[in-house]
Design a protein around this ligand. Structure first.
Ligand SMILES: Cc1ncc(C[n+]2csc(CCOP(=O)(O)OP(=O)(O)O)c2C)c(N)n1
Ligand SMILES: CC(=O)[C@@H](O)[C@H](O)COP(=O)(O)O
Ligand SMILES: [Mg+2]
Length: 642
């Protein structure tokens, strides 16, 4: 512990979790108050996942005070609630760099700290990872207890059940802390959520239930008595168990996750007595202790910079509408014309823009919870029944449902419409949320039609195209954030399948853009005009089917062809390469460059900075045009692994 004067803030005395363990219990609640103030102050400068972090302040202090981190492995599910954890684990001096270029990640990250034993950002992985650590410990690896902290939203995902199922049967000592704040990003949905609420609906949390005899015995007497009473309340039957007990866990709770005394008693009792898997059910308030967050509809889930005194968030400059908003409205318009149109979201009605449709046609929007795999197969079933489902999922989260896309949708040729938001680099959420891979993983599927919107007007037409397309699965991708400000059509018109368009004509080099980097391509074309190079800029609209007429026309009339996309290698450029190779275009000396994301993950920054880091700025494209005209090879090495 750092030596300081007695009236120094408690937080200033914490260099790491071991300092917490030296602190008397009576000071830990006060420390939590200071920690909460520090989180609010830091996030007011950076923006981020405020509500989730505020909800686990006491829990974070208690876990680090009771367990021996980093020998014991604390695994935060999603990791979006880890700001107090970062402050307590040696990262306080950098906490105001959170989610910024070269700063701390907004999630847990192995490369950042030994206190982050397992990185995350996608949900529902923590129990699986914790079980892996428990097996490592039991097989002699130098690691202690494993503690997974998972939210009530995240425990709705299939992966979490798979892990509970496995862990319950394995019977190894393992701690799962269920952080139940009755909130996901949006209000939680599903039978599991109702089940958890029923578990403490009839009894104040101060009366704690423990359904595990061993823990009752280890608890202080007042808690022990109420635990026995609450057991009857929760189960209705002596000896019967909660769902978790039926799965082989000892269940402790529900307890008040803001009462330091309860938390310390229960965690210590569990740590002392556990021989197998234990689930500790902790009830918290999302946004706890900060009225603007607690009072907000989203409980301060994700905030931009704000004034700590009022909670007023920085407004983005008025500008073009967001792609998400345009999509949401276009879908409502299509749905108004065709009552077979339905929509599915996996826990993200606001993020995907479906709230608009849910308000207008509540019975036609399905929020399935954090369950992307189910969302896709559920949509496939609805398509098979004759409905027209729009399965609306961020690119990065659709990765989780790949087999469902292949096996349940593509293989059966079912007309599921995939609206893929957050395609490309997304900014502050960083590499974990990058929509980098969908062009590759969808473009290689037989029968899939794949589009990318160059701007928000194109997106409106793509929604109409998807609505009209019954011949098989169809997907369209569009980025996070504002559109380009183009005029929106009054009504979307279905595009000719597999046909691109020429935007501007030149004679030297052709650029074939797929998606929202079209603007950068046009800027690059302007840049090289001063060098006397004229450029044709075309918008492919479709990666699949490829517009081979357009492709051959571009190849036939220009010295070089450059493809540009907001996606990883193995995407659009590869598809063009493959097609041109098949047609023997290289035998005639074609110069081709494929500009895409490099073969490495790109850390958080402004999207423009991330694209510059990726070598995809307009200046980079202009550089490639000049190099291609001069017949020079790419100067950036293909493989740039950091
Ligand atoms: C696989 C996946 N789907 C969706 C998301 C988006 N997401 C991030 S946090 C969150 C809600 C999590 O709720 P909960 O686990 O209850 O944590 P809380 O925010 O309430 O603390 C969602 C849906 C994600 N991170 N991962
Ligand atoms: C943690 C998480 O996965 C989400 O909260 C995500 O940060 C939302 O991203 P958007 O802001 O792009 O909706
Ligand atoms: Mg929650």
């Amino acid at each position: 512990m750092t030596h300081t004067r007695p009236n120094t803030p408690l937080l200033d005395r914490i260099a790491g979790p071991s300092d917490l363990r030296q602190m008397p219990d009576r000071q830990l609640a006060a420390l939590a108050d200071e920690l909460r103030a520090e989180v609010i102050s830091a996030v007011s400068e950076t923006g981020g996942h405020l509500g989730s972090s505020l909800g686990v302040v006491e829990l974070t202090v208690a876990i680090h005070a009771v367990f021996s981190t980093p020998m014991d492995k604390l695994i935060w599910d999603v990791g979006h609630q880890c700001y107090p954890h970062k402050i307590l684990t040696g990262r306080r001096d950098r906490i105001r760099t959170l989610r910024q270029k070269d700063g701390l990640s907004g999630f847990t990250k192995r490369s950042e700290s030994i206190y982050d034993p397992f990185g995350a950002a996608h949900s529902s992985t923590s129990i699986s990872a914790a079980l892996g650590f428990a097996v490592g410990r039991d097989m002699g690896q130098a690691t202690g207890d494993a503690i997974a902290v998972i939210g009530d939203g995240s425990i709705s995902a299939g992966m979490a059940y798979e892990a509970l199922n496995n862990a319950g049967a394995e019977g190894r000592r393992l701690f799962v802390i269920l952080n139940d704040n009755e909130m996901s990003i949006a209000p939680p949905v599903g039978a599991m959520s109702s089940y958890l609420s029923r578990m403490y609906a009839s009894e104040p949390l101060a009366r704690m239930a423990s359904l595990a005899e061993g823990f009752e015995a280890a608890l202080p007497t007042p808690l022990r008595e109420s635990a026995k009473r609450a057991r009857q309340l929760v189960t209705g039957l002596t000896g019967s168990g909660t769902l978790f007990e039926e799965l082989g866990f000892q269940y402790v709770g529900p307890i008040d996750g803001h009462d330091m005394g309860q938390l310390l008693s229960v965690l210590r009792a569990a740590r002392t007595r556990a021989t197998g898997p234990v689930l500790i059910h902790v009830c918290t308030v999302k946004g706890k202790g900060y009225a603007p967050a607690e009072g907000a509809a989203d409980k301060g889930h994700g905030v931009s910079k704000f004034d700590p005194a009022t909670g007023a968030q920085a407004k983005s400059k008025p500008g073009a509408p967001s792609y998400t908003g345009v999509f949401g409205q276009a879908l409502v318009d299509e749905a108004a014309r065709d009552d077979r149109i339905v929509a599915v979201t996996a826990a993200m009605p606001d993020g995907t823009g479906l709230t608009k449709m849910a308000e207008r046609f509540p019975a036609r929007v399905f929020d399935v919870g954090i369950a992307e795999q189910h969302a896709v197969t559920f949509a496939a079933g609805m398509a098979a029944s004759g409905l027209k489902p729009f399965c609306t999922i961020y690119s990065t989260f659709l990765q989780r449902a790949y087999d469902q896309v292949v096996h349940d949708v593509a293989l059966q040729g079912l007309p599921v419409r995939f609206a893929i938001d957050r395609a490309g680099l997304v900014g502050a959420d960083g590499a974990t949320h990058a929509g980098a891979f969908d062009i590759g993983y969808l473009g290689n599927l037989p029968g899939m039609t794949l589009m990318a919107a160059a701007d928000e007007a194109e997106l409106v037409h793509m929604v109409a195209t998807a609505a009209a397309h019954d011949a098989g699965p169809i997907a369209f991708r569009y980025p996070r954030g504002s559109g380009t400000g183009v005029a929106l059509p009054e009504r979307g018109k279905p595009l000719a399948i597999g046909k691109g368009r020429v935007i501007e004509e030149g004679t030297d080099v052709a650029i074939l853009s797929f998606g929202a980097h079209l603007f950068e391509c046009q800027v690059a074309a302007d840049m090289v005009a001063d060098d006397g190079i004229t450029v044709t800029v075309a918008d492919a609209r479709f990666a699949k089917p490829l517009d081979t007429d357009l492709l051959m026309q571009l190849v036939g009339h220009h010295r070089a062809l450059i493809t540009v996309e907001q996606g990883a290698m193995g995407g659009f450029g590869s598809m063009v390469l493959h097609e041109l190779a098949r047609r023997g275009a290289f035998d005639k000396g074609l110069i081709l460059r494929t500009l895409c994301l490099p073969d490495r993950f790109i850390d958080q920054a402004d999207p423009a900075d991330m694209y510059a880091d990726a070598g995809l700025s307009a200046t980079d494209i202009a550089h490639s045009i000049r190099a291609a005209v001069a017949g020079r090879a790419e100067v950036v090495p293909l493989r740039q692994v950091r």
